[in-house]
Design a protein around this ligand. Sequence first.
Ligand SMILES: Cc1ncc(COP(=O)(O)O)c(C=O)c1O
Length: 393
Amino acid sequence: MAIAQTASRDDARKPLTRPANPRFSSGPCAKPPVFDVSKLADAALGRSHRAAIGKDKLKAAIEGTREILGIPADYRIGIVPASDTGAVEMALWSLLGARKVEMLAWESFGAGWVTDVVKQLKLDAEVKTADYGQIVDLASVDFDNDVVFTWNGTTSGVRVPNGDWIATDRQGLTICDATSAAFAMDLPWDKLDVTTFSWQKVLGGEAAHGMIVLSPRAVERLESYTPAWPLPKIFRMTKGGKLIEGIFKGETINTPSMLAVEDYLLALDWARSVGGLNGLIARADANAQAIFDFCDTHDWVANLAEDAATRSNTSVCLKFTDARIQDGAGFAKAVAKRLEAEGVALDIGAYRDAPAGLRIWCGGTVETSDVAALLPWLAWAYQAEIDAQSQAA
Ligand SMILES: Cc1ncc(COP(=O)(O)O)c(C=O)c1O
């Protein structure tokens, strides 16, 4: 049983050690520890992405993704425009409308997909939402419907605990935004028909490109159903009722950045060097656990995710629980500002639509020693702000 501790005068002293890398942003996330721009020298720059050299690299990015994430051989993997947003939009606009839709949302990105489906596609969807820190009733989901959800809610730090709640014999499709989960959490591919993520998240790659993973059932839907609305070229995965197979072999819809591709290949190599998916999950778990332990031993800070089973191991969101704090948003901003000014943590303020607090990225590119070094600074900044608030009163 953890012993709660209020801030002591020790916390008021500036710690001696700073994190070697203060990058704890939830996207773009820290580059892999081995990253150096000189390692991108082999990029196929100034060459056509349709030339053999470009196509080979794009194919290596797809097959490396399959290898590390353990994606089944009969699933298609495509590199698509516009990062994770592009991949999700492409799925929603291409697949929905064939049957009833159920939308699950418990933070801002999931809520954005609800808006798209209800207000833009104007579908009569069943919408289930929960407040920040909570999750919807997963047991109530009807898998006769197409179900759209976010595996890890990046802005609340709440994730689904696993895929057990998803029916294996479902009639509808599951469409999962897994951008802050892929490469940090186990994704049960047999339960996921469409999965999306971007390079800029867990592997610390560059923004701009998204990835879409399609199960055979998703492909079947694409080939048997044509939506009632027009589809822009960058969303189109079929031609004449057949899947454009080339997209899933590296023949991208439009021009990709070969520099970003090289960077992703480097990140995949690094992922292999730390033990692949299991190694990445262990790194994220260790990072998040360091923060969970800190919350257990300090009674002025708590995880925003209420149920421990739903606590993210990537985007760990924290709230201040000290009753003396008068202006929650102002306090959290001031703490983040102090930490940034000290060069110990960059970009850790809560997402703009989320409750006041902090969000500390714990994906595998972050070193556990850096998380451990940050935490005494968090205690210091908190105490400094409490003192500043009482002096101002
Ligand atoms: C859950 C989730 N979905 C979508 C996005 C948008 O990703 P991108 O900017 O890569 O398109 C983010 C970005 O943080 C996210 O966390």
